[in-house]
Design a protein around this ligand. Structure first.
Ligand code: AP5
Length: 223
């Protein structure tokens, strides 16, 4: 299957992508993770995009399209993939469609994560990430004696620079202005279904699984 996760920052796309990719055995293509890794390793790409990430702005389309097309050409994407954080502009979506059409392929489903800005603000301002294994945690779930240590590998937890309140607010504005128009774009292609992303992680996952199952059956003409 070829799936897109679409939704505001902090709506849980990354969390659910990890679950679903494990279940479906398909690669998880997170443009945010790719860019952060490039920044961490101080590569040419990392130096190009550092300022955009820090300010919560979108990286220019040409850079991100080139990055994702390179990934999609790899062998492990032949059996399907999950795109998390891409596309984020109409131009990115059009270039993805064009890229897939040339290969006689298409996107099977777009999962839209619905959530209020106040929940997002709470989730992201309290989010901490392991500096080594990148496991996610939230300050509200940390016990005093293990505070700021990863629950999996005990290394230090850090706050993403773009998880400061003023940057989160900027990212939400950018989502409204540049990414939200994609909802209509994919609704017109009849690819979209939405989930209530404010539920617990397992409730959101069940909703995604159930909708994907129904969508597949409809596409096969079974129901
Ligand atoms: P990116 O990394 O894609 O950031 P984002 O879309 O803003 O999403 P996040 O990673 O912040 O949140 P998420 O929805 O994955 O939620 P998560 O599962 O982590 O992009 C970063 C930057 O890269 C962009 O700002 C831009 O500069 C650049 N970029 C990336 N792609 C680009 C593109 N295509 N074009 C141009 N620029 C691009 O969950 C959040 C928190 O909530 C965690 O603490 C988690 O534990 C918790 N949580 C998750 N689910 C639940 C739940 N159900 N209940 C309670 N807590 C939950």
């Amino acid at each position: 299957m070829r799936i897109i996760f679409l939704g505001p920052p902090g709506s849980g796309k990354g969390t659910q992508a990890r679950f679903l990719c494990q279940t479906l055995s398909i690669p998880h293509l997170s443009t945010g993770d790719m860019l952060r890794l490039a920044v961490e390793k101080k590569t040419f790409l990392g130096n190009q995009v550092f300022e955009y990430l820090k300010k919560g702005l979108l990286v220019p389309d040409d850079i991100i399209i080139h990055l994702i097309e390179e990934k999609l050409e790899q062998k492990d994407c032949e059996k399907g993939f999950l795109l998390d954080g891409f596309p984020r502009t109409i131009l990115q979506a059009q270039s993805l469609d064009h890229f897939l059409e040339k290969k006689k392929l298409c996107i099977d489903a777009v999962v839209l994560f619905l959530i209020s800005p106040s929940i997002v603000l709470n989730r992201l301002s309290g989010r901490r990430v392991c500096s080594v294994c990148h496991t996610l945690d939230h300050i509200s779930q940390m016990k005093d004696n293990t505070k700021n240590k990863c629950k999996k590998c005990q290394n230090d937890l850090i706050q993403r620079p773009d998880d400061q309140e003023h940057v989160i607010e900027k990212r939400l504005v950018v989502y409204q202005e540049q990414t939200k128009p994609l909802i209509e774009y994919y609704q017109n292609q009849n690819k979209c279904f939405s989930v209530d992303a404010s539920q617990t992680e397992s409730e959101v996952f069940s909703a995604i699984e159930q909708n994907l199952f129904l969508k597949t059956k409809r596409q096969q003409g079974v129901i």
